[in-house]
Structure formats: structure tokens, C-alpha cells
Design a protein around this ligand. Sequence first.
Ligand SMILES: Nc1ncnc2c1ncn2[C@@H]1O[C@H](COP(=O)(O)OP(=O)(O)OP(=O)(O)O)[C@@H](O)[C@H]1O
Ligand SMILES: [Mg+2]
Length: 219
Amino acid sequence: MIRAEHISKKYKSMVLKDITFTAQKGECIGILGANGSGKTTLLTVMAGVRRADGGRLYYNDEQALGRSRVFRKYTGYVPQTDPLIEELSAGDNLRLWSSVSLKELLGREEIRALGIEDYINKRVSRLSGGMKRRLSIAAALSSSPPVLILDEPGTGLDLKARAETADYIRSYIASGGTVVMTTHIETEIELCTRLYIIKDGVLVPVEGKPDVSELSRLI
Ligand SMILES: Nc1ncnc2c1ncn2[C@@H]1O[C@H](COP(=O)(O)OP(=O)(O)OP(=O)(O)O)[C@@H](O)[C@H]1O
Ligand SMILES: [Mg+2]
């Protein structure tokens, strides 16, 4: 479903040097790494939000870099900070993202599972962090994307909201979706079918099932 080949990205210095990996349907790829190692940069490139300087990125054999249509067709993206308009209600935020009616969107099973209907008329500025995060996921899912790109989905959430988000990710990959996510959280690391550490601009595969203290030595 995903094939990334030699992706590079430079700001002042080279943040991504040679990012190469593949992911199949039903896989959850976890990208770990120190603060500032380039995780968000990689996800923004994969979501089509930032341009890469070089390389190729295929979704289902369609080359995506430089082609916004391919990103729209395949990816849903939940950024590190929620992309919501605080002054608008939850429902109005969803209307901005979705090409289908709110009623139709809320009727979908995967959106119902997020439990946002309870606060659909509330203003975003009055929602808790977990409610906002679930709303951001709903926005990312509004186009029914086969690939979900999640930047630290559980950060800032309480244990219950984290568990709910993790349950959601589990069911999304069980139904054949592909996830690429960054995380620093142990329970989210456990969800991943494959882990990489981003270091010095390249992805290093993590072999076996190391515990968190071992992982923290590797990053
Ligand atoms: N728009 C930008 N312009 C210039 N430099 C940037 C920009 N965005 C990020 N950087 C730099 O690129 C590097 C990687 O940043 P990035 O946000 O991708 O890291 P990260 O791994 O997501 O970190 P964190 O764990 O803190 O979220 C950092 O050194 C950062 O300062
Ligand atoms: Mg980041």
C-alpha cells in the first residue's frame, strides 16, 4: 500500500536524508525518534502538506509526490496539534473537512465509533483534549482514506482517551487500513506491527520486541 523510496528533505540542514520503507494493508508502522529527529517532517511529506526535495512515494503504485490528487485519494492526516477552528462547533469543523453531509458522515460506523455525536453542537474551545483529538481523527477519516497518518495521537490525552484512540487504531488496521504513526507512548508502540527509529535522517528498523528502556537507548 505504501512504498517510500529515498525521500529527502532539507530545511537549513538535511532533516530527512534517505527515507525508504514499505507498508502493507493492515500494518501499523511506528516511527520513533528523539525530539527534533524529523518525525513530523516525514509525516507532513507523507500527507502532502510539505514538499520533499527528492525521492518517490507510492500509494498503491500511484506516485504521490507533487500530485495532490493522489494524497487526497489515499491519506487522512492527524497533525501533532489539532487542525480545528476553536470558534466553530465540532459539527461545523467537520463540515469544513467533509465533502459529504454531516448526517451521512455521522452515520458511518467508523465515525460513530469515535463517539463525537455527544458533543457535535459544542464549540471546539469548550472541548477537552481527548474530544478534540477524536474530532481531528474524524476529520481525517471523512474521505474514507485507506492510509491514516497520525502524529503522536495519544500525546496530551488522559488514560481513557488514549485507550479509546488505541482501540480505534486497532480496529482501523483490523479492517484493512494502513497506519503510519509517530509516538512516544508505550501502549501505542505495542499496537505497531513494525517499528522504525528515525536517526540522522534515515529509518533504522527495530528488530524483535525490545522493551521501552532498550528503545530509549536506541533513539
Ligand atoms: N518549518 C521549518 N523550518 C525550518 N526548520 C524546521 C521546520 N520544521 C522543523 N524544522 C527542524 O527540523 C528538525 C525536525 O523537526 P520535526 O518537527 O520534524 O521533529 P520531530 O521528530 O517531529 O520532533 P518532536 O518529537 O519534538 O515532535 C528540527 O531540528 C526542527 O527544528
Ligand atoms: Mg513532531
